[in-house]
Design a protein around this ligand. Sequence first.
Ligand SMILES: [Zn+2]
Length: 284
Amino acid sequence: MKITRRNLLSGLFALPFLFACAQMGGNAGVQRMYVINCGENRTNDLSRWTPGLNEGKAWVFSNHCYLIQHARGWMLWDTGISDLVAASPNGVTTANGLINARMPKPLSESLRELGVAPGAIKYLAMSHLHADHCGNANLFTAATLYMQENEYNAAFGPEPQKFNFVASNFEKLRASPAVKLKGDHDVFGDGSVVIKSAPGHTLGHQTLLVRLPKAGPVLLSGDMAHLQDNWEQQRVPSMNFNKDQSTQSMQSMRAFIAQTGAQLWINHDMAQSSRIPKAPAYVE
Ligand SMILES: [Zn+2]
């Protein structure tokens, strides 16, 4: 082949260009995501989540787990309400009668239908350690755990109940390899799945950016906001760990969304979530 200036240039540029494509996600990153129904929370008083509004109003919050297929393995974000609750069709009432949690279909059954054994989950992260997000954490002892260090220390320290954490929900993860975070973290190093620190609901609460190959960037809310209206009006539930941090996190996530163009998927918003395909369907 005759070496021309043009050949030389294309040869030089091809390799970096391929690397750049791989880093942007594409086929090398996230392949698909399953949104799994992981129970629901009912309440007789929505006002605890919307201070000053909805006194005595009954409400049903949706709840999900998110199973992400990445070229390097399966990642699970949140583990839902405990599968044990599935044995009680009328649910289990907690928080002094404020919340009735129901789990119509166990997570272990949903995973079995997808052909994914709990031991195949290599990466586990939860938005925070309230019972509706970590109820089945003990199933995933084969995974590396990604958690903010302060949330981790509160959970596995001497007084988890002080933070409204129930240690039995996640006790088996005590021996798991853990990456303790102090802020944001790019899980696979390719920008396709990024944990974003968003404290306030709990001391180490976090959200998750997932760059899907077709749908584009999606930010999974955790409990940064429970309802679309709360997100728009920047309302902070009265039970949050830190109100000012909650407000700051909503502001920083708003800036992050503007910068990335991500869609915000609000885990507990039933109306919004009903428009998203659920497992066994998936989003790409
Ligand atoms: Zn929640």
